[in-house]
Design a protein around this ligand. Structure first.
Ligand code: ADP
Ligand code: MG
Length: 153
């Protein structure tokens, strides 16, 4: 299913992300598409907060992967930047496959670089820049997964 939303500030994108985070159960892979400055890291801030992990999320550009875990929080968030990564051995060294489990959410920036290795049931979020402050966000789910329908933010 496809759900399209619009935001007109980073704060609003964080608010949308927060609602997405609240609807996650663990085990999801979120695959972002959208160029530099689209808002991938910004929405991840909201998702992290919605999972109960706080909003202090920074870009994984240099580390390639940042982990967010908290005591008393069942679900962890692993945030990847695949800008310099390609499918195969390169991807394996990031630990991508090892992190996948039912109590973890993977959020992947530049997921187009590892398209062949994304699970079929991943949640795709495409962010289109409409203007300096406006974004269109399209959430695509598999089958009849309607968790992200009619989100208020
Ligand atoms: P990416 O991770 O996709 O490269 P970031 O989230 O790091 O992008 O940066 C997005 C930039 O766009 C930030 O500077 C943010 O302040 C700005 N911005 C402006 N409007 C929005 C919006 N509606 N949603 C998200 N970011 C926005
Ligand atoms: Mg980023």
């Amino acid at each position: 299913m496809n759900f399209t939303y619009r935001t007109s500030s980073p704060e609003q994108t964080i608010a949308l992300g927060r609602e997405i985070g609240k609807r996650l159960r663990g085990g999801e892979v979120i695959a972002y598409r959208g160029g530099l400055g689209a808002g991938k890291t910004t929405i991840t801030r909201g998702i992290s907060d919605g999972l109960g992990l706080g909003d202090e999320v920074t870009s994984p550009t240099f580390a390639l992967v940042n982990e967010y875990r908290k005591k008393n929080c069942k679900i962890s968030l692993i945030h990847f930047d695949m800008y310099r990564i390609t499918s195969g051995e390169d991807l394996e060294t990031t630990g991508f496959f090892d992190y996948m489990d039912e109590e973890t959410v993977l959020a992947v920036e530049w997921s187009e670089n590892i398209d062949d290795d994304l699970p079929d049931d991943c949640i795709r979020i495409t962010i289109n820049r409409i203007s300096d402050d406006e974004r269109e966000l399209i959430i695509e789910t598999c089958g009849g997964d309607d968790r992200f329908e009619n989100i208020s933010y």
